[in-house]
Design a binder for this molecule. Structure first.
Ligand SMILES: Nc1ncnc2c1ncn2[C@@H]1O[C@H](COP(=O)(O)OP(=O)(O)OP(=O)(O)O)[C@@H](O)[C@H]1O
Ligand SMILES: [Mg+2]
Length: 365
């Protein structure tokens, strides 16, 4: 091999390793770093220059599991993988990763070092959570829908009987107060049952071009009016380049009404609610046969008390509520509407600092 082809080959392999989406770290026999590719630099938060020549125990400091794997592979020449337990504690957010350590072998069989491959699992974990969520919703939904059906008939009977009783009572009778309560409460239960059925039943959507900014603007005007006696401020930041989207308008109204109402309820007597829309340019979803479509994001932010970490998981579960008059069906219905539009919804919250719900919808045109 000439020197020139040797360098070319080296460049070629360096390019290959740099282009791998997974993080690759190569260690020599003494455990010193000889190579870190860009993906590994990002995961570990070090530059190649800083990292080269450093001992692995320093590079992976604090990551006990990873240190053990490297040491074991170096000692035993075994390939070791862990796809579950490793969480890199670098940067602002801990990152779940899968790691594989393998011996670096020459053709002769001699070991000259160790290769560590790290794969960022953040997206995988998010996807797993979304699937679990959908699963949970569908089991609970089916069960609840069965129950709702059973409740609807006797409920009709109770309401009918209360109305008959009311007619029998003389005008101005004090007892009418009680029949009123029965009728009102039956109507409340009926509404819950209907919402539940809506949650579980498959339905046909009516798609038409929808002006998102108009419907969100209308909802804000209505909510402003009903919160007029309190110090609740609304801000809207709309991206004017967002076109009309193909969607089921009444469902989108229900979706944003539920989210904005939750924000209003969260801030209580005083607070700020900000609704932002923008085109999500670096995100696209692929649907079978439809090619790629860009997404738009609507963020509903409030500076209310936020949501406790242990409650975040339950937000979209039917009947989860912390409000005395809540049904806990608002968010599950939002989840269903967003899924029906092939979008995504997520909640982010810092207790004490507020909550942001983000709805992403495909810009289908
Ligand atoms: N913006 C928010 N800030 C803080 N907590 C929230 C927010 N949005 C939702 N939550 C929490 O999630 C729970 C479930 O919300 P969801 O809309 O499903 O039901 P609800 O608002 O309690 O009842 P309903 O929507 O039927 O009136 C709420 O009870 C509340 O604890
Ligand atoms: Mg609600």
């Amino acid at each position: 091999m000439t020197e020139k082809t040797g360098t070319l080959l080296q460049d070629y392999y360096a390019n290959v390793i740099d282009s791998v989406g997974d993080g690759v770290v190569v260690l020599d026999r003494d455990g010193l770093v000889t190579l870190i590719n860009p993906a590994a630099e990002e995961l570990l938060g070090v530059s190649g220059r800083q990292g080269r020549g450093v001992h692995f125990s320093l590079l992976f400091r604090g990551e006990e599991l990873l240190l053990e794997m490297v040491a074991k592979t170096a000692a035993t020449r075994m390939i070791i993988s862990d796809h579950e337990n490793i969480i890199l504690k670098r940067g602002s957010q801990p990152k779940p990763v899968s790691a594989t350590t393998s011996p670096l072998l020459l053709a002769s069989g001699e070991t000259i070092g160790t290769i560590v491959v790290l794969r960022d699992l953040t997206n995988v974990r998010e996807l797993e959570e979304a699937v679990r969520q959908a699963d949970r919703l569908s089991t609970i939904g089916t069960l609840a829908a069965g129950l709702a059906h059973e409740i609807k008939n006797p409920l009709g009977g109770i309401k009918g009987a209360a109305q008959l009783l009311e007619q029998e009572l003389p005008e101005g009778s004090e007892l009418r107060e009680y029949t009123d309560v029965v009728i009102r409460e039956v109507q409340r239960v009926n509404r819950i049952v209907e919402e539940l059925l809506e949650l579980a039943a498959p339905r046909k959507l009516q798609f038409s071009p929808v002006n998102l900014h108009r419907i969100i603007g209308d909802i804000i005007i209505l909510q402003k009016r009903s919160a007029a006696d309190r110090n609740v401020r609304f801000q809207q930041q709309f991206d004017p380049s967002i076109p009309a989207i193909l969607a089921d308008e009444p469902l989108l109204i229900q979706l944003f009404l539920n989210l904005i109402k939750n924000a209003v309820e969260a801030v209580g007597d005083s607070g700020l609610i900000r609704v932002t829309t923008r085109v999500w340019s670096d995100y696209s979803m692929t649907h079978k046969g439809e090619g790629r479509s860009r997404m738009l994001a609507v963020e509903i932010h409030d500076d209310g008390p936020g949501i406790q970490k242990e409650q975040m998981e339950q937000l979209f579960t039917p009947f989860f509520t912390t409000k005395t008059k809540g049904t806990g069906l608002g968010l599950p219905i939002c989840h269903k509407i967003v899924s029906e539009h092939r979008g995504m919804i997520k909640a982010e919250s810092e207790p004490g600092r507020g909550t942001t719900f983000t709805v992403m919808l495909p810009l289908m045109q």
